[in-house]
Design a protein around this ligand. Structure first.
Ligand code: 5GP
Ligand code: MN
Length: 347
């Protein structure tokens, strides 16, 4: 963990700043990037945000979205290499391994500028010069808030920057229900409310702005694709490329599916496996002690957090599902439903 004075020193004069985040950015990835970008621009820095891929339309409302450069290896590789190569400061937000951002990872590894990591994933790779990673934080946006506050600039967090950060914290805490939702998180939200954020607008923009097709796709998946394995307290969903096509599935349309699988009573482990063509992308979630970050690291080249992780497989969807099913017996003793705690009476 680096000290805030090292960052203060680095940012003590106007800099060429590059900010990036993980592949297929979610609300925490984009919100922390655009929140930080808004702040740094107010401080007089020149900032370019580059995402390694496109991201869902329901994030496009974030202030600064219009200036985002979306990396595409066939269209703007030279431009992005130039931005990375000339940046004096490179912020990497909401990911901990350079291999999560495809080609851009190697460009960043070899870039001459100072690399700053702000992240909350487990087991960060040691590639940054300054490291503000903390795996007990609920969201990268929480850490970005703290960095701005500790730099002495909380008063620069306006409603626009605040709504970007709120979106990240709201989604990564599952709307304030995951165990990561600490007192600190709620205190930060109180500060963001002071800055003028409209939290119900953010909620509507993210959760209530889906296409009709997306909802019909959800109906199809829940009715026909959900599998429940009671003996392992596990539920999973496997989706083919053809099914994605039939429902005209767009980036972001499959986000959150895994939570439906986990919402069944007694289920402690849920997986969604999606055939994306080049690879099968997998999302894992758990409740309680079973670590899906270890599970995905050990078997699916992935990682993430204790209760939320992802991984990848380069074999067919069917064989990936079979590999997943074959692993379950060895974890059976860990896949137990913990009783809900009862609060002790106060005396
Ligand atoms: P999601 O299922 O929402 O894509 O990802 C859940 C969590 O796991 C996120 O924090 C995400 O950053 C992380 N994650 C997803 N896919 C991968 C992966 O392939 N590798 C690693 N290391 N982490 C991942
Ligand atoms: Mn995050």
């Amino acid at each position: 963990m680096s000290t805030i004075s090292e960052l203060q020193e680095l940012l003590s004069q106007p800099r060429q700043v590059f900010i990036t985040t993980h592949h297929k950015p979610d609300a925490d990835a984009l919100g922390s990037s655009l929140g930080l970008a808004g702040y740094l621009r107010k401080k007089g820095h020149t900032v370019t945000v580059v995402t390694p891929s496109d991201y869902p339309d329901f994030l496009a409302w974030m202030p600064g979205n219009n200036e985002v450069v979306v990396y595409d290896s066939r269209q703007n590789d030279a431009q992005v290499q130039e931005i990375i190569g000339t940046a004096e400061v490179l912020f990497c937000l909401d990911f901990s391994c350079l291999n999560r951002i495809n080609e851009m990872g190697e460009y960043i590894r070899h870039a001459p500028g100072t690399k700053v990591l702000i992240d909350h994933h487990q087991e960060p790779e040691q590639f940054a010069d300054l490291d503000f990673s903390n795996s007990s934080a609920a969201a990268t946006a929480e850490l970005v808030f703290e960095v701005i506050r500790d730099l002495g600039d909380q008063d620069l967090i306006d409603a626009g920057i605040g709504e970007c950060l709120y979106a990240g914290i709201m989604t990564d805490t599952g709307s304030f229900r995951h165990p990561s939702t600490s007192r600190n998180v709620h205190l930060i939200i109180a500060e963001l409310l002071n800055a003028g954020i409209n939290l119900s607008d953010v909620h509507r923009r993210i959760y209530d702005s889906h296409s009709e097709m997306r909802l019909r796709f959800l109906g199809f998946v829940l009715k026909d694709k959900l599998r429940v394995l009671r003996e392992y307290n596990t539920a999973y969903i496997a989706i083919t490329q053809q099914e994605l096509k039939e429902y005209d599935s767009k980036t972001g349309d499959t986000e959150g599916l895994v939570n439906f699988a986990l919402s069944i009573e007694g289920i402690v482990f849920a997986a969604v496996l999606i055939d994306r063509g080049q690879a099968v992308k997998i999302s894992f979630r758990s409740v309680g002690d079973f670590s899906v970050s270890s599970f995905s690291r050990d078997h699916f080249q992935g990682g993430g957090h204790h209760n939320a992780s992802g991984g990848i497989s380069y074999t067919s969807l069917d064989s990936t599902v079979q590999r997943f099913l074959d692993l379950l017996p060895q974890y059976q003793s860990q896949l137990v439903t913990a009783p809900l705690a009862v609060a002790p009476p106060t005396v």
